[in-house]
Design a protein around this ligand. Sequence first.
Ligand code: C5P
Length: 292
Amino acid sequence: MTKVMKVRCPAKLNLFLEVLGRRPDGYHELSTVMAPVGIYDTLTVREAKSFVLEVEGPPLPGTNTVEKAYRAVAKRRKIPGVRATLEKGIPAGSGMGGGSSDAAAMIEALDTLFDLGLDLHEVAADVGSDVNFFLERGPALCTGRGEKVAPIASGPELHAVILWPGFSLSTAAVYARVRDFLTHTPRTVIDFLNSFGREGAEGLEKVLFNRLESAAFSLHPELAALRTRLSEGLPCGARMTGSGSALYGLCASGAEARRLAQRVRREFAGFVAPAGVITREVAWRSRKSGSS
Ligand code: C5P
């Protein structure tokens, strides 16, 4: 009997992101609100003789976060090998957290399959700054380097349409550039949190914010122009998620989001992710575990 588990790994969008300063360890202190969005990778984990990772889709740069997660767990507990199969639906290097979501799913899957009783958050923080967020099940205010997660109440139902410009951005490169754009009077997240509880997509226009946009736009000026075009006719405008390169627009209803997605497909070349619902109906980790 081989233990096996199949896990859906949702993407995230940063609805607010302020960089408070650079820390002595080289990371940046953040205040960010992230929300899960219904666009997914799928990870299947099966007991095996040694660790093997198969990625369906284009090869990913660097050491895969799924492998990092396996190594981080293996450092803490004696575990068998596994064959991990990753189907990518979230573009890599897009700021949508695909790698971090996959890593969180791997940590949880190993903990469940082998009954390890791990401190999941402790392992997650060792793998990457955004991994902890994906251990929770909804929108959250994340601080520290992103790993301190405080869930917040679900806001209005929002439908996101994603525009991926067809290239990736390196998180480290964007953070290296953000120094030029830091201010002595950082934006407070309070206004965002107040509006998020009460307003629909329209009311969020003034409070959606991402400090990393200036850094990313200075590396890729075409992103600024794309954002301006995407925001046309959108009540809440458009923003970049995380360190980019994906941009998103928010709509108050599924019908509005479908119209926007059609326009985006017509007007923009490159990958356009399907519209995904955020904050309410994200089918988190529809887990299937068992033996085969
Ligand atoms: O933690 P993670 O491995 O995802 O971070 C990737 C890179 O992004 C870091 O090496 C660092 O350069 C940058 N980063 C940062 N401040 C953060 C998160 C990430 O400078 N809060």
